[in-house]
Design a protein around this ligand. Sequence first.
Ligand code: NA7
Length: 317
Amino acid sequence: EEEDDPYLMHEDKEESMMNKLTNKAVIPTPLRIGFLGLGIMGQGMVMNLLRSGHEVTIWNRTAAKTREFSKAGAFRGNSPADVVQSCDITFTCVSDSVAVRDVVFGNQGVLQGITKGKCYVEMSTVDEETVQDVADAVMARGGTFLEAPVCGSRVPALEGQLIILTSGDRKLYDDCYSCFEAMGRKSFYLGNEVGTATRMKLIHNMLLGTMMASLAEGMALAEKVGLDQEDFAEVLSLGSLSCPTINHKAQAILNQRHDPHFPLQHQQKDLRLVLSMGDSVEQPLFLAAAANELYKKARRLGYGEGDISAVYRAACS
Ligand code: NA7
């Protein structure tokens, strides 16, 4: 049973990681691809780029994580600047705006490698202001910019099933096409205005965060009023609320397995960012604001690096 459920996969099963990778027929671009950030998302994305025949040069702050990727055929860069210099298009997928600013504006950062014609694609989910600052800086040096945050967590990243939301330079989007085919189920070009893709991504994750919080409270309440949580999970899975998030996360709660597929601290970051976006247009977001408090509590309890499903621990504490 457990083996079949991708959301319950053990982190250390490297073979199962390889089994999840896509076998899609993609005609790879001959352009040289760089990738910065080998976190939960970056790992699957890079493996799928390599698998589909792209030439990929990687860098990660913690260098040890690059080892298995160089075994799989990736080249290694010494710094973000080094990767950008040796590649045509460089993608970044790191945790948050602090990480993005370090990678882009830091010593030996992306900017130091940007010259006329270099292309940079930001795939991290950060606030619009950071995306705009990065876009401005890249373009001021003659580079081209695309933002491309993704919907989906560890398993969709491994399976090449991400939903890729993009906005920025149209030609760069076209040049990235084979990469997006390798990494995603579908990519959207939402327009040339920087920030558009980020806005859609944040609203998507607002729904994810509130749904997950609601499931956590429901499971906690079920237990408190003497119901069998397993029965409740089955009822959910057979009705109209059945969806991968509800079904897999209910199982994670039942099995008390919170190894990270989507780290809880990133979900809380996204709620924080969407609340600020709502604020900027005077849109009330009652549910997101309440959910955010539950995630803050879960972080406080030490579950920040666990899966989003660990918000249950805050709901039942
Ligand atoms: P993870 O698994 O938490 O990985 C985070 C990555 O970001 C990882 O490669 C980190 O490097 C890197 N990171 C974090 N801080 C820094 C700084 N300051 N400088 C350079 N690199 C850094 O995140 P996910 O892969 O799940 O998510 C990535 C994004 O996609 C995020 O925006 C989500 O919301 C969506 P490390 O290995 O720790 O050295």
